[in-house]
Ligand binder design. Structure first.
Ligand code: MG
Length: 387
């Protein structure tokens, strides 16, 4: 196919599919189809409505003018940024890159400068809200071939931690480290559940266990507190699943985070994640995209991973605790593109995002749809607690 044959955009559709995802599909008058995943978990309806508004602009356009469309969609509405708009934009951006790859007959990473690695390292979730199953979960992931896992550091945490809370975190990480041994990695996700003061206490305590990184030790709206947490220990600090643009990432990088975690479905898609990665390089920070999402978000993440020098490791949602009722592989016709060998995924070679979305399965799943909401946690006194 020649690029001219991509045609003009004639249809933009959205599909709310279990367990908690939203897909979009862009079609041209020449029958070229691109898929994207515009979603904020728990806010699918709001993102869907925003995609529909942005689609008004895209109809009739040349799909290959990705950067120009990105500028208009991101900035053309005067009000900008935030999770809903940035995620709607992200999914549409992924779909436009998918169309571009198909139009030029190459995988997206070829359009981003070509591959810089031959395989991509993945990490797998092992839970951790409740330490009961932790050792068993880590063991199961090792059996699947992974050499890196991620766990939650805590369950619900009080405003300031008790001695038992503090030692509970250390014991959890120690349990995982014991199963992993010295040659494998564990990342520890704080999920914004602890105060900055507690993060400064906890990180030095887990430093002897050498976690790969400590994630979201500070809530995303408190970047001014990040430097104190970064300098409290030798543990590399990661953040970014709730940041949406290169401007959002700048204060975190200035605070000294070691790992940036933009989500390809939240942070303006492939286009903006590439720019965030380049910005991170200035501070010697590595890219580890957040992705507890579906197959299109993962495919988009992998295209960036294969083309980005400062990429570190990729998250995926296969077997994650959130995936109730459906899993990532349910929506792709050929699941082999997500086959893991020794915890790595091979370079996709098919044009576009490199996956074959099972359109019939997607349309079927959209009929019942979903109304996923994240749990609301409360402290013992009835006050709101961070989840
Ligand atoms: Mg996280």
């Amino acid at each position: 196919m020649t690029p001219e044959a991509a045609g003009r955009i004639v249809r933009v559709e959205t599909f709310a599919v279990a367990p908690r995802w939203l897909f979009c599909r862009i079609e041209t008058d020449q029958g070229v189809v691109g898929w994207g995943e515009p979603i904020v978990e728990g806010r699918a309806e709001a993102v869907r409505a925003t995609v529909e508004v942005l689609a008004e602009y895209l109809l009739g356009q040349d799909p290959l003018r990705i950067e120009d469309h990105w500028q208009v969609m991101a900035n053309g509405g005067f009000y900008r940024g935030g999770p809903v708009l940035s995620s709607a934009l992200a999914g549409l951006d992924q779909a436009l890159w998918d169309i571009a790859g198909k139009a030029y007959g190459v995988p997206v990473h070829a359009l981003l400068g070509g591959p810089v690695r031959d395989r991509v390292r993945m990490y797998a979730w092992v839970g951790g809200d409740d330490p009961g199953q932790l050792a068993e979960n880590v063991g199961a992931r090792l059996e699947q071939g992974f050499d890196a896992v991620k766990m939650n550091a805590t369950g619900r945490m009080p405003a300031l931690a008790s001695v038992a809370d503090l030692t509970g975190v250390v014991e959890r990480v120690a349990l995982a480290r014991e199963v992993l041994g010295p040659t494998r990695d564990v990342a520890v996700d704080f999920h914004g559940r602890v105060s900055a003061a507690d993060a400064r206490r906890i990180l030095p305590l887990i430093a002897p266990l050498h976690p790969m990184f400590a994630e979201e030790p500070v809530l995303p709206d408190r970047p001014h507190l990040l430097r104190g947490v970064v300098t409290a220990s030798s543990v590399p600090v990661a953040t970014g699943e709730r940041l949406y643009s290169r401007w959002d990432f700048r204060p975190a990088l200035e605070a000294g985070v070691a790992v940036v975690q933009p989500d390809l479905s939240h942070a303006g898609g492939i286009s903006e994640t590439r720019r965030i990665a380049a910005l991170a390089e200035v501070w010697d920070a590595k890219l580890a995209p957040h992705c507890p999402l579906g197959p299109i978000a993962l495919a988009a993440s992998l295209q960036v991973a294969f083309a980005t020098p400062n990429f570190l490791i990729q998250e995926h949602s296969i077997g994650i605790h959130y995936n109730e009722g459906a899993d990532l592989l349910d929506y792709v016709a050929d699941t082999s593109v997500f086959a893991f060998t020794d915890g790595h995924v091979s370079r996709p070679t098919a044009p576009g995002l490199g996956i074959d979305v099972d359109e019939a399965a997607v349309r079927r799943a959209d009929k019942p749809g979903h109304a996923w909401r994240n749990p609301v946690w409360r402290h013992d006194d009835g006050g709101f607690a961070e989840w």
